[in-house]
Design a protein. Structure first.
Length: 259
């Protein structure tokens, strides 16, 4: 079994940046994804330069923070992204969406001097009308695979399936239960993979490690729970589980070599 240990939202706030690096240095986290439209992205880029062994993808975002482009159909009156487009996107300009996502990748390259190791999205923008098709275009343009957020049964269409990484992405933890213990997450993970061929399995444990600061409390409903994701990545329970499963930890950068 191969396992990717990923923490999303690199760049969302200073405190979350610190937590992700702590989980990389002192725990098992080996992958993250950067939000280039958030205020902490410049610091995140500097932290990556100091920790080049960390694999970093891009966390494309249309539902938090402000756009990098003039995306009138994607924003609220205050100029921030309108999360409601996940439920109703009939009014959204596909041109504006594609222009904004391209700008976020260009910003990643500007900050880091290289392409992201993979592409994923904040809140699953694949759900937005036209989102899947735009992600496929970006995957082809930049030659980077997509990690799908939505259930694989919903990710239909040959081009999208070809662009996707063949990984089972496990999204438990603080997103559903503030205050969990590491052993609870291990049990949930075991249950999720119980009936699968574990010898040939490729999974991603995708969490949101973070420390809490006032910036995070203002912009994200997922706040205190991030502390428990940080604890999990640094826990002895996770290390023991990986050893017991004889799991090999890899990154999306490793997957690029065999695509």
């Amino acid at each position: 079994m191969r396992v990717i240990l990923n923490g999303d939202d690199f760049g969302i706030t200073h405190a979350c940046n610190l937590a992700i690096i702590d989980c990389y240095k002192n725990g098992m986290l080996n992958s993250t994804s950067m939000m280039t439209n958030m205020d902490g992205c410049i610091e995140a880029a500097k932290l990556w330069k100091d920790n080049p062994g960390l694999s970093v993808g891009i966390h494309l975002c249309l539902t938090a923070g402000k756009p990098l482009t003039n995306a009138a159909t994607l924003i609220k009156e205050d100029g921030t992204f309108d999360k409601r487009i996940l439920c109703n996107s009939d009014h959204v300009s596909l041109y504006e969406m594609e222009e904004e996502l391209n700008a976020q990748i260009d910003r990643f390259i500007e900050l880091n001097g290289k392409l992201p190791d993979h592409i994923n999205s904040h809140h699953g923008i694949e759900q937005i009308r036209g989102g899947k098709e735009i992600l496929v275009k970006l995957s082809e343009k930049y030659d980077r695979p997509i990690r799908c957020y939505i259930d694989s049964n919903e990710a239909t269409g040959a081009p999208f399936e070809q662009a996707m990484i063949p990984v089972i992405s496990f999204h438990p933890g603080s997103s559903i239960n503030d205050g969990y213990q590491p052993e609870e997450l291990i049990r949930a993970l075991d249950e999720a993979i119980r009936d699968l061929d574990q010898n040939n399995l490729l999974i991603e444990i995708a969490l949101h490690p973070g420390y809490v600061d006032s910036d995070l409390m203002r912009i994200s409903s997922l706040n205190v729970g991030r502390i428990y994701d940080s604890e999990f990545f640094c826990s002895s329970e996770l290390k023991t589980w990986l050893d017991q499963k004889n799991a090999r930890t890899i990154t999306y950068k490793d997957l690029q070599k065999i695509r």
